[in-house]
Design a binder for this molecule. Structure first.
Ligand code: C2O
Ligand code: CU
Ligand code: CU
Length: 456
């Protein structure tokens, strides 16, 4: 595969350096210098955070914050981001859930060459779908995402949605100790099981925040799981709350129910009817509080439930003519000799093949070749007892059924495949390219659970 080298060395004079700390510039904030070429200047750079009070964590951020600065676009518009790498290692940006051309997908050696330190790369694509998406590197993911390189990308509906208020809640746990120092992002023993968890939970980079919401209003809560490992068992006891969208695609509004399992990479949009001023609601992961939603006085007239959000323009798979492909997600630790020096361990595989994260040629051997505009049903089978949020780049798919739970069919880019579950999903292969198909538990992805799917 060949690449046009769009990134340019050096020549970044005039960029705004903000936040001079001891020892010089520590973080950078992006602002648009030339609106003719891009809408955002997004800089990845080291960023000192105080995650544990009184201690400094040497994190990495986008746009001077971690999770990264919120990018916004409108459905049908172009989003143009000049990405500048101020880290001391190569990176890329992948736009999770966005249906875009392969050259913009951010996969190193498949979409583009890695963006080297000091270089920039112009990402440009049309945002066809409205919804809650996110962005992150696709290079050295365990530590780049772990250090804070994750951020929200919100695509607003073309026409007003009926929501007057909204909040974006970025969920992430940090792999830090009691003094804020980073601990291992990936521990082999954990990678071979559920993945390596961070110790410190956070919402928008803050542990246990209180978020003020206007009393009596209906607020759109966009909850994004930007974590490497954790599946959040979301619940809001006592709240009058409905689900409006899953992973960037609308659903018919329905009650949240007891608990929703939001796997790594997944998003949910809720509408919350905020109770009377002074009341508080806990947002929880199982029994653990993540944040407190606090109702504050509002002098607006009480809000009503908005209508369902308009569907995104995703092609509807024709199940009668669809071809069925089977994918088994297996635990493989016993099959590969991981003791060889310099080799990374492979604990996981798809249909008997483990992806080697250090082998740049893996994408030349796709696990499946789909015909452009062909209709497909994928049968996803989890042969293990650990959760796998299965994610596909480049195209949305429709979840049809599961042998473990009732499914109201919906479009998504990530499906949380439960313990020993078999699920069926369907799609129209309408985007040509070589698309990554992987588990979004980063530890699993980096130890084998990834494949390429070719559409041509
Ligand atoms: Cu968020 Cu390859 O994905
Ligand atoms: Cu993705
Ligand atoms: Cu997994």
């Amino acid at each position: 595969m060949s690449f046009t080298r769009r990134q340019i060395l050096g020549g970044l004079a005039g960029l705004g350096v903000v936040g001079l700390g001891v020892g010089g510039a520590r973080y950078w904030l992006g602002r648009t210098l030339d609106a003719r070429t891009h809408d955002y200047e997004l800089i990845a750079a080291p960023l000192d955070l105080e995650l544990v009070s009184g201690y400094t964590t040497p994190a990495w951020g986008y746009g001077g914050q971690a999770p990264g600065v919120e990018l916004r676009s409108r459905q049908g518009d172009w989003l143009r981001v000049r990405f500048i790498n101020k880290l001391d290692e190569p990176t890329t940006i992948h736009w999770h859930g966005i249906r875009l051309p392969l050259e913009m997908d951010g996969v190193p050696y498949v979409s583009q060459l890695p963006v080297l330190p000091g270089e920039y790369f112009d990402y440009r694509f049309k945002t066809e779908d409205a919804g809650s998406f996110w962005y992150h590197p696709h290079v050295s993911s365990a530590h780049q995402l772990g250090r804070g390189l994750v951020g929200p990308l919100i695509v607003e509906e073309r026409e007003p949605s009926g929501f007057r208020h909204e909040r974006v809640l970025n969920l992430k746990t940090w792999h830090v100790d009691q003094q804020g120092a980073f601990t291992a992002f990936s521990v082999p023993r954990e990678a071979a099981r559920e993945g390596t968890r961070g110790r410190l939970s956070s919402v928008n980079g803050v542990s246990l925040p209180t978020l003020d919401l206007p009393a009596g209003q209906v607020v759109r809560l966009r909850i994004l799981n930007l974590d490497n490992t954790v599946t959040y068992r979301l619940n809001l006891p006592g709240a009058d709350v409905r689900v409006y969208a899953l992973d960037g695609h609308p659903v018919e509004p329905r009650p949240l129910g007891k608990e929703y399992w939001l796997g790594p990479g997944m998003r949910i949009e809720l509408a919350l009817k905020v109770p009377a001023a002074g009341q508080e609601l806990p947002l929880r992961n199982g029994p653990l509080r993540l944040a407190t939603l606090k109702s504050v006085p509002s002098n607006e007239a009480p809000g009503e439930w908005p209508a369902a959000l308009p569907a995104n323009p995703v092609a509807e798979p024709d199940l009668d003519k669809a071809q069925v492909l089977r994918f088994n997600f297996e635990w493989a630790a016993t099959l590969v000799d991981s003791s060889a020096p310099g080799r990374r361990s492979h604990y996981w595989q798809i249909n008997g093949k483990a992806w080697d994260i250090d082998d740049k040629t893996c994408a030349d051997r796709p696990i499946a070749r789909l015909q452009k505009d062909g209709h497909y049903i994928f049968e996803l089978r989890n042969m293990a007892q650990y959760l796998h949020p299965i994610h596909l780049h480049g195209m949305a798919f429709k979840v049809l059924s599961s042998d473990r739970r009732d499914i109201v069919p919906y479009f998504t880019d990530t499906y949380l495949l439960g313990k020993n579950e078999t699920a069926r999903i369907a799609l129209v292969a309408d985007n040509p390219g070589i698309w990554m198909f992987h588990c979004h538990v980063i530890d699993h992805m980096e130890t084998g659970l990834m494949a390429a799917i070719e559409v041509a």
